[in-house]
Design a protein around this ligand. Structure first.
Ligand code: CTP
Ligand code: MG
Length: 177
């Protein structure tokens, strides 16, 4: 595998994990997942984790994976095909990992929307990796090799920061992180 192959594979397999967060920013709002509940005096997750974001983000992630598979097959691209388990676990793990990051931030007394690197940038990626390792371990070991995982870990914060800056400039987010 050349470096280009490694980078292409990393970007491709992370598509269904990247998309939920971006779509959640666009469609999020409304009822928070934690229902406004607090734990030890602080919100469980906070107003930044909403049902619309969870459902919309997850569905968008699955759709992107399905489209990616169709494109790869149609054009015979040299990229991995997502098995059904990964099609579900990459977006679901991404959303759960993102919420776990918010849970951690609230426990540490950080308010909703505050910047908390690298949890903000990598929580969703770790969630996607760990959950997919659990449900599709063979596919993960063949596809997300250590170099691919490393490239994904390095590129994700870069893309995440860039995407948030764009969302801020478009007025979708109140803060550029
Ligand atoms: N969002 C959502 N539901 C989610 C994730 C995100 O509705 N499950 C929307 C919210 O409008 C949120 C925005 O996307 O404010 C940005 O997401 P994120 O940066 O993850 O949330 P924060 O508001 O920064 O909150 P936290 O501090 O808990 O990360
Ligand atoms: Mg944030």
């Amino acid at each position: 595998m050349t470096l280009l192959d490694v980078v292409t594979t990393a970007l491709w397999v992370m598509l269904p994990a990247y998309v939920p967060g971006a779509v959640a920013v666009a469609v999020g709002g409304g009822a928070p997942v934690d229902g406004g509940r607090t734990w030890r005096g602080r919100r469980v997750l906070g107003d930044g984790k909403t049902w619309r974001g969870v459902v919309g983000g997850t569905l968008a992630g699955v759709c992107v994976g399905l489209v990616a598979n169709a494109v790869a097959r149609t054009f015979g691209l040299a990229v991995p095909i997502f098995p059904p388990a990964a099609l579900v676990s990459l977006p679901v793990g991404s959303v759960v990992g993102d919420a776990a990051g918010s849970f951690l931030k609230r426990r540490l007394g950080r308010e909703r929307g505050t910047s908390f690197p690298p949890v903000d940038q990598l929580g969703f990626l770790l969630g996607a990796f760990v959950s997919t390792l659990a449900v599709a371990p063979d596919w993960m070991s063949v596809t997300v090799t250590p170099p691919v995982a490393l490239v994904a870990l390095v590129l994700t914060p870069v893309f995440h920061l860039g995407a948030n800056a764009v969302a801020y400039l478009l007025g979708l987010k109140d803060v550029p992180w």
